[in-house]
Design a protein around this ligand. Structure first.
Ligand code: ADP
Length: 158
């Protein structure tokens, strides 16, 4: 496994300034970060995969150490396929911590070579989630301050 490559998996439905902050703070730790949109057939998404990929590509255009991909199946299998040694995740609160601990332990039991690295979110971003943004969009609340400008530009807002 390459210790240089990290996969940052998520739904990014949509990407928020919290995700962007985690990625920007982590890029110095790795040679390359692959931001990977996981396709879960059980989940319903507000934005199409194509739209979410387009936003990620626009936000990180020009950064040759960040790649954008999508995948189906297990994150750990995608990491192996990409020769990635790390899974990158963000921690906002104790709920995130309990969830991430379970997934990280499970992944470790499947492939001991891949390490999960969690970055603690900045306090000013710890209340931001894609779920909250989706609720604001649904009920016509203001959300532009929570997302990168391309997301608010392309989405109806109050
Ligand atoms: P998933 O559907 O896998 O939870 P998300 O797109 O919601 O994917 O999140 C991807 C990762 O980004 C997760 O590790 C999540 O904890 C982290 N994250 C989400 N919002 C924030 C935030 N505001 N600050 C820091 N990390 C965040």
């Amino acid at each position: 496994m390459s210790s240089q490559i990290a996969v940052f998996p998520g739904s990014f439905d949509p990407i928020t300034i919290g995700h962007v902050s985690t990625i920007e703070r982590s890029i110095g730790l790795f040679g390359k970060i692959i931001i990977a949109i996981g396709q879960n057939s059980q989940k319903e998404y507000l934005f199409s995969l194509e739209q979410r990929l387009t936003w990620l590509k626009e936000i990180f255009a020009g950064n040759n150490r960040i790649e954008i991909e999508s995948y189906e199946g297990l994150t750990i299998d995608f990491c192996r396929q990409k020769n990635a040694g790390f899974i990158l995740r963000g921690l906002r609160n104790s709920t995130d911590f309990e969830y991430e601990r379970t997934i990280a332990s499970l992944n470790k039991s499947i492939n001991a070579e891949i390490e999960t690295i969690c970055i603690i979110s900045l306090p000013e971003y710890s209340h931001i989630s894609s779920t909250i943004v989706k609720e604001l969009i649904r009920y016509k609340g203001k959300f532009a301050h929570l997302v990168p400008t391309c997301v608010s530009r392309d989405t109806w807002q109050a």
